[in-house]
Structure formats: C-alpha cells, structure tokens
Write a protein that binds this ligand. Structure first.
Ligand SMILES: Cc1cc2nc3c(=O)[nH]c(=O)nc-3n(C[C@H](O)[C@H](O)[C@H](O)COP(=O)(O)OP(=O)(O)OC[C@H]3O[C@@H](n4cnc5c(N)ncnc54)[C@H](O)[C@@H]3O)c2cc1C
Ligand code: FES
Length: 388
C-alpha cells in the first residue's frame, strides 16, 4: 500500500508579484487549485526524483522515498537551479549549483546559500497513479517565505554582529518563530547584506544586484540594520557593545556572526597595491577592473581560486594558479576528482621547482620576478574565522 503524503503549501508572500507570469489577478491564482496525475507509481523508484508537469500550469519536483511520494517546487530559491539535477539524500534535496538544501516533506530551506524555502504540494496515490494538487500561484512561484511577526514594545532585544547571510537568516528566523523584541544587525560593511558567493562568479557585479533583501524588507519586518559600524568591544557583564565610531549599544541577547576573513601568506609584499584578496564587492570589482589584459597569479586552487580563474580566463593576458597541492580541488574533492578536472580543463601544472619555492613561503620572490612588475596577484586561500 502506498501512503498519502501531504505538503504544507504556504502562500508565497513577498516575491509573489515578481514571479507571477499570468495575467490572472494574484488573489484568484492563490485560491484556484490545479490537480493532475503526474506519473505512474512505478515510474519512480525509491530515492529517485524527477520534474513533472502539473496540469500545464507549472512543474513540481516529485520525490519518492520508500513508498512515500512528495512534491515540492522544482527550482532552487537561490538562483533557480533545477533541483532534479541535484542530489537526494535522507529526505533532503541538495541544489546542484551552490549546495542549498531543501526538506522534501515541506520544502523548507535547511542549508545556505539562499534564504527562502520552496513551495510544497499535496500528493495522493490511488490505483497506481500519482496525483499532485496545488494552488496555481504556488506553482508559478519559485520561492516561499514563512510568515513573520512584527516587533512590539516591552520585549527583550537581540543584537546581531555581522551583516552576512547568517545574520539575516538569524533575524528572519527569530521573526518567523514569533520573536517580537527589537532586532538590530550591526555590520561594518557599507552595503546591505549581500550574496557574497556571487563575487567570485560575476566579479563586476554591483552590491545592489546581489542584496539579500531590500531596505524596505528590513523596515517592513522591524529589523534595523546599522551599516558601516564595526564592533570593537563586547562587555558581556554590562550587556553592551562598543563600536569603532564611538557609539555603543545595549542588548539582552547577543549573536556574533562575524564570518571569516581571507587568509594571506605571512610574507613581505602582501600589502602592495596589485596584491588582492577577495571578500567584498569592492574587492571583486577592483580585481575585475585591474586584471584586464594583465598577467594574473591566483594563489589557491579550490573553489574561489578556480572560479576567479574561470571569470578572468578571457580577460587577463595570462593566468597562473599556484598551489602546494598537485591538482586543483585536491583538499576539498580529492586526488581523483582533481585529476579529472585538471585534464578536462587542460590545465598545465606549474613546474615542481616553482611549487617548492611557493611551499617554502619565498614564493613571493618568484611572484615578484615573474609577475608583480606587470601583473596582479589574487589570494584565494581558505578563510580564517573572524572574531570581533
Ligand atoms: C568569493 C567567495 C565565494 C564564495 N562562494 C560560495 C559558494 O559558491 N557556495 C557556498 O556555499 N559558499 C560560498 N562562499 C562562502 C560563503 O560566502 C560564506 O560561507 C558565507 O558568506 C558565510 O556567511 P556568514 O554570515 O557566516 O559570514 P560573512 O558572509 O563572512 O559575513 C560576516 C559579516 O560580518 C561583518 N563583520 C565582521 N566583523 C565585524 C565586526 N567586528 N563588527 C561588525 N561587523 C563585522 C563582515 O563585514 C561581514 O559582513 C564564498 C565566499 C567567498 C568570499
Ligand atoms: S542556485 Fe541553488 S544554491 Fe544557488
């Protein structure tokens, strides 16, 4: 016997207008239902998933786990990747592009990047047929936001240090879980929290284009964001933070979400103007502008280093990726995958002698001689934890 599985389709709140393509009014679409047989039970084995058409209105990701079928939005809420091309494991689908995870039972997002969940739909199995039922609006919406409460006076306050996705997610989760106190995000960045991961993939992108939420969004949900404010001191006994600009703020609860900072080599010359590390939109934009027609050395051959290489490949005069490992991604993906990628991308290994030179931390001599006079160097080593 196949059991019924029910999703908890919430109506998309913000974002509904943008995603709506039909001429029908939103209110009608939100209430109008569509129901369709999407496949036979035996079309999908346990552990398999596929994107199915739902009555010509939209598509859903149909997932089978054991004898139970689930249906959720087919596209990642981050940048719309097809989730059917991702990985299904233990009740979660991992997005193929940047790894966000969604719960197949209710479409809730469970792992960064991305902030929003995806819709979920009701599934019924009768007489060997799998049927999906949904409201039309949720079928045309990639994103689903959980309802959020407003602040009200007389409640405790939460202060969040840092303006990255962890801080935004924390603030939103508090409001979604019914926290009505004051929420303040304090960040030293001059831009509203943005999607940092884009910076190595589209290096000339402007911060507005990758803002996680708009200024209005924070305002509407009573979340204040203090930009350009670096916290320099935390007094837990006084429940107070002090900032570089001389200001201070009291809190009832404190969240420290200060993220990481780029690792650079402890070597002379790292402060020269044509040596960069990549963390902020300003870094990315400066590298993109400075690299045009130049000889570029990228230090580090994991994700960020190789993404920067891919972005600059048709812009720089030459590109060299330097690392102490033998193949790209060796530390993260292992020798075998690294070797396959090296061959696929026709990467020419740098000679052993240079690797050794680099390994001994006098690589700077090599870099100086070969590149610094005319080119630029980008550090893309694993980041370090940042403390206040
Ligand atoms: C170029 C690049 C590409 C990436 N690509 C991917 C990817 O494809 N997929 C993926 O999953 N991850 C990727 N990552 C990693 C991802 O960006 C991080 O995991 C994520 O940003 C961590 O979020 P966070 O909120 O914890 O910290 P951060 O994003 O580091 O945010 C911390 C914030 O705290 C602020 N801050 C720090 N100290 C203070 C202080 N004392 N006072 C006030 N504010 C302070 C910082 O300015 C910053 O805004 C990438 C990272 C980089 C740099
Ligand atoms: S598109 Fe899915 S995580 Fe980015």
């Amino acid at each position: 016997m196949y059991r019924k599985a029910y999703g908890t389709s919430e109506k998309g709140a913000a974002g509904a207008k943008q995603s709506q393509t039909s001429e029908q009014p939103i209110a009608t679409m939100a209430t109008e239902k569509v129901e369709a047989v999407v496949c036979n039970v035996n079309d999908l084995k346990s552990g398999e998933m596929k994107e199915v058409d739902v009555g010509g209105v939209g598509t859903a990701l149909l997932v089978r786990e054991g004898d139970i079928f689930y249906a959720i939005g087919p596209k990642c809420s981050h940048y719309g990747a097809p989730l059917s091309k991702g990985v299904l494991c233990n009740g979660r689908v991992r997005c193929p592009w940047h790894g966000a995870c969604f719960n197949v039972k209710n479409g809730d997002i469970e792992e960064f990047p991305g902030l929003d969940s995806v819709p979920s739909y009701k599934v019924e199995v009768t007489e060997g047929k799998v049927k999906v039922r949904a409201d039309k609006l949720s079928l045309t919406n990639v994103k689903r936001q959980r309802a959020m409460c407003k602040a009200s006076p007389g409640n405790k306050s939460v202060l969040i240090i840092g303006g990255g996705p962890a801080s935004v997610m924390c603030a939103e989760t508090l409001r979604q879980e019914g926290f009505q106190g004051e929420i303040t995000i304090v960040t030293r960045e001059k831009y509203l929290p943005y999607d940092r991961i884009k910076l190595s993939k589209a290096m000339d992108i402007k911060p507005d284009a990758i803002a996680l939420r708009t200024a209005d969004y924070y305002k509407n949900h009573d979340i204040s964001v203090k930009l350009g404010t670096e916290v320099t001191h935390v007094s837990t006994s006084e429940k107070l933070v002090k900032c570089a600009d001389g200001s201070s703020a009291k809190y009832d609860k404190l969240v420290i979400a200060t993220g990481g900072q780029p690792r650079v080599l402890p070597t002379p010359g790292v402060d020269l103007e044509n040596v960069y590390s990549l963390r902020t939109p300003d870094d990315a934009n400066s590298i993109a502008a400075a690299a045009k027609g130049k000889h570029v050395v990228i230090i580090g051959s994991s994700f960020i280093g190789m993404e920067v290489a891919a972005y600059l490949a048709d812009k720089a005069a030459s590109l060299s990726v330097v690392d102490i490992v033998k193949v790209p991604f060796q530390l993260t993906l292992g020798d075998k995958v690294g070797s396959v990628l090296q061959k696929a991308w026709k990467l020419r290994p740098i000679c052993q002698e240079r690797q050794q030179v680099f390994k001994l931390y006098v690589g700077v001599k090599f870099l100086w001689n070969m590149y610094l006079a005319t080119g630029l160097v980008v550090f893309s080593l694993r980041c370090m934890k940042r403390m206040v």
